[in-house]
Design a protein around this ligand. Sequence first.
Ligand SMILES: NC(=O)c1ccc[n+]([C@@H]2O[C@H](COP(=O)([O-])OP(=O)(O)OC[C@H]3O[C@@H](n4cnc5c(N)ncnc54)[C@H](O)[C@@H]3O)[C@@H](O)[C@H]2O)c1
Length: 332
Amino acid sequence: MLNAAVIGFGGIFKGSHLPGYKTLEEKGKVKLVAAYDISEAAFTKDVELNIATSDVSGYGDIRFYTDLEEMLQKEDIDLIDICIPTYLHKQYAIDMLDRGYLVLCEKPMALSFEDCQEMVAASNGKLMIGQCLRFSPEYLYAKQLVTEGAYGKPTSASFRRLSPTPAWGFENWFVDAKRSGGALLDLHIHDLDIARFIFGEPKKVSCISGGKQVSEDAFAYSTLYYDDFAVFAEGRWDQVNMPFIADFRLSFEKANVVCTDGKVTVYPYEGEAFSPELSGDSMYMKEIEYLIDIFVKGEQNVQNPPESAAQSIRLVETLRQSSREHGATLDF
Ligand SMILES: NC(=O)c1ccc[n+]([C@@H]2O[C@H](COP(=O)([O-])OP(=O)(O)OC[C@H]3O[C@@H](n4cnc5c(N)ncnc54)[C@H](O)[C@@H]3O)[C@@H](O)[C@H]2O)c1
């Protein structure tokens, strides 16, 4: 069983990673032994995110530190889970990789493609980025339909991720686009990355973004152009006082497939609609498990290599450029 420690005991860690570690400890794969956060208050405060609410009661015998060097010195750690705000990812990920740790770093990989390239150069096969949708049973089912061609070729697809403005963050960093990249980088990247994962690289792309009343690039409408179909994605942080919604629709030559409220339904042109039986596993638990499994077995990361996560940042940069050029269609 590996030992893990987290850097950044904030919203995403407490809301989504922590329950994953509990499951993985029961499976005998990893034990969360320590947590480092700059703020001592983070260790006892629950957080309400757009996607989850944390429950920090009863998380076992984790040792808490407000001094990173002390934690690294005192603890026997294999895996470092980086869950600090995006503007800190590059610095901490490279530092931990240089010290030889296995590193899981939350998405988005970094603020710029240039920074991502530095992270890839330091990775030595020991870095994975938390592009969690690549481990979601619903999105993996969609990928399987495309790969196997059960309903013919894809003809179009759309992905939506509509969120209230993130208000839980450290020093309100989410709405400062210099630190978060706005929704275009922070939120929209989930659907951009999964579109690349399912369909491969688009030939051309275009984007309109806006929403300045909330933050720079607080919404984005992006289109990814492939040879004979297109993917549309919408991401937004301006759904004030509204519930969080994430869904997708895929159209094929012989069926439509929709996912709403976490449930996939297939509507074939011929035959009855049906919902496939999919695993209820948390994608956050599955991403940690995947990283541990390939590390222990000495296998290559084929599902979510950092080189690919970096390309999703390059895609965001191209879309941002398109938006600055009033939606111009650009090569990718
Ligand atoms: N995969 C997902 O679905 C998902 C969802 C939300 C957030 N995220 C990503 O996770 C990362 C963290 O987001 P969050 O929502 O947890 O943010 P957050 O602000 O809630 O938590 C960040 C934590 O880091 C701590 N921190 C800040 N600076 C630090 C430093 N120098 N050293 C140690 N601790 C420090 C803060 O005190 C806070 O507890 C971001 O990159 C975000 O984009 C991913």
